[in-house]
Design a binder for this molecule. Structure first.
Ligand SMILES: *Cc1c(COP(=O)(O)O)cnc(C)c1O
Length: 392
């Protein structure tokens, strides 16, 4: 069925959205086949984002783990994370559709900043919906968005976080669809978003595959990525899906424990449900209400996951794991001390997994970790963590 990945995906929104989503799907299918669109996308990815991002051989970590470990350096992209790959793609799509105004939801503010960035670059009007609580917690990202010319709406509904921001963005879209494109930031939402975002992010995996074949003349044995909504993981994994010998590991936020409200590990503890317009795995209580979530990294703090990620886990193609806040912080410190790279707390979950599991790898293994972003934005959180622990 259209827009489904096995039992997951689809379009679970009020009927009034159907024509809007169909328009978007048609525009995207045409753009995908249009060489001039692809050329324009490539040129922005190269000259604006700074692609290709390096595939770096982590020599000291490799020695420590006892197998070859490489890092895909999405942290070196303009704006410091993988999110820009998708916002560049969707802004070009919006331009092609004749839209003049962009709206987006944001939780921690990273997607909001990446959206405000491409809007400034393209000279488009930009409005960002952000939960009031997040506006307070992430004031530096609010400042960034405003500097870039975006208007930030503090959403006072519900829990005043990401899911409420997303609801408000949908409401705005319905009222202003003639002029407006809704730029969703992860592989979530109703069809065709999970496919569009995955395709724009799959540049990560495409480059990785070419780079590892050039360096090692063979495919990796393991790919490891953190999973919030799943966009960096899907983009990294997608070009390897048919290479069954490549083990795919998605690492979720284990937070402070496995109790309700202590984590955001949806693949590990979620059940099938509907969230933000698609059927997927969701953290729900027995009454079908969305559960509260926690993670030390704001970007992983989401009670759902992209439908394609849930599907790949279900068919056994992807292994879901989780590491705790503490283990992620150990991962951050490990990469900083061994390789001189301070990763985002999100990406630190993938590193933390490697560190925790390092005795399980064979000397012939080639492990590639997607470093989805850089850690500068997390220094306040790291500082608070270290103070609470009484030192490093
Ligand atoms: C937003 C974010 C994530 C989580 O989002 P995904 O859609 O799961 O990739 C991970 N890493 C960084 C650096 C982010 O900014």
């Amino acid at each position: 069925m259209k827009g489904y990945f096995g039992e997951f995906g689809g379009i679970f929104v009020p009927e009034s959205f159907t024509p809007i989503l169909e328009e978007l799907e048609k525009a995207y299918e045409e753009a995908k086949k249009d060489p001039s669109f692809q050329r324009e996308l490539e040129s922005y990815l190269k000259d604006y984002v700074g692609r290709p991002s390096p595939l770096y051989f982590a020599r000291r970590i490799s020695e420590d783990v006892g197998c070859k470990v490489y890092l895909k350096r999405e942290d070196l992209n303009h704006t410091g994370a993988h999110k820009i790959n998708n916002t560049i793609g969707q802004i070009l799509l919006a331009k092609r559709m004749g839209k003049k105004r962009i709206i987006a939801e944001t939780g921690a503010g990273q997607h909001g900043v990446a959206t405000a960035t491409v809007c400034a670059m393209m000279g488009m009007e930009c409005e960002i919906y952000m939960g009031k609580l997040d506006v307070k917690r992430q004031f530096l990202n609010v400042l960034r968005m405003e500097l870039l010319g975006a208007k930030v709406h503090a959403v006072e509904e519900g829990s005043q976080t990401l899911k409420d921001a997303m609801n408000e963005a949908f409401r705005d879209w319905l009222a202003n669809v003639q002029t407006t494109h809704y730029l969703i930031g992860s592989v979530a939402g109703p069809h065709p978003y999970p496919t569009i975002v995955r395709d724009f992010q799959s540049i990560i995996g495409k480059e990785t595959k070419a780079q590892i074949l050039e360096k090692e003349n063979r495919l990796p044995t393991h790919l490891i990525a953190c999973v919030g909504g799943g966009s960096n993981a899907m983009g990294f994994f997608y070009p390897f899906l048919d290479d069954k010998e490549v083990h795919l590991i998605g690492v979720e936020a284990g937070g402070t424990g496995t109790g309700i409200g202590q984590h955001a590990a949806t693949l590990n503890f979620g059940i099938p449900g509907v969230l933000h317009g698609s059927k997927t795995k969701v953290l729900l209580d027995n009454y079908g209400q969305v559960l509260p979530v926690h993670s030390i990294s704001a970007g992983l703090d989401y009670p759902g996951v992209g439908p394609e990620v849930a599907y790949l886990q279900g068919i056994g193609r992807l292994q879901a794991a989780y590491v705790t806040d503490d283990e992620a912080m150990q991962g951050l410190i490990y990469l900083a001390r061994y390789e001189g790279i301070i990763p985002a707390l999100e990406s630190s979950h993938a590193i933390g997994y490697l560190l925790k599991q390092k005795h399980t790898f064979l000397s012939s293994d080639i492990v590639i970790i997607n470093v989805s972003g850089r850690g500068d934005k997390d220094m306040n959180t790291v500082h608070e963590y270290i103070q609470k622990k009484g030192g490093l």
